[in-house]
Design a protein around this ligand. Sequence first.
Ligand code: BG6
Ligand code: MG
Length: 217
Amino acid sequence: MPIRAFLFDLDGVIVDTAIYHYQAWKRLANELGFDISEEFNEQLKGVSRMDSLDLILAHGGLTLSDEKKNELAAQKNQWYLELVSRMTSDDILPGVATFFSQVRKAGLQTALGSVSKNAPLILERIGMADAFDAIIDGTKITKGKPDPEVFTKGAAELEVSPAECVVFEDAVAGVEAGKRGGMFVVGLGSPDVLTQADLVAPSLNDLTVDQVLTKAQ
Ligand code: BG6
Ligand code: MG
């Protein structure tokens, strides 16, 4: 089936906010008296704010009330917002601009598929608020990745079928979401980590739209 749409994750694919999420969670864990490693952080990528907090608390052996958890999640988000507040278009990852111009030339539709509630703010800051035909973010979904909802909603909004979509993801949970949604998934990162992806490259800077289309259709 010909590919008609590309669906992009935000954090770690378009912009390197993954590092800021990690720094803010690490700070929170440290305040709670334990640490999280970069390796542990791989399971947090693509996972919603509350699900991430649950994984972190379980890792630290802590059980807390919902009220306390809401307080900690809000604290993490405040630190995260401080870290991203200085972002500009200079923070867009290498290769994204070139890749998006190839996407447009190829006549493909685009959607953002991010579980982040901060996605609209980040897009605004980096000047990409108008770069997508559809935007599905954390405020529009009920289930985070690895549930496919964020991508199936994007496909529905673009009026294309899952088999006509390619998903671009840097997270294990995001790759799984795309696969469960019935889509071709390009993993951006390490093939040792993104084992479920149909194709893996270090970043969008290492791919052309033609290469992706040749593999996907
Ligand atoms: C994803 C990130 O894009 O958004 C996760 O990969 C993050 O690390 C999730 O937890 C939710 O983000 P936010 O901005 O709503 O806390
Ligand atoms: Mg990501």
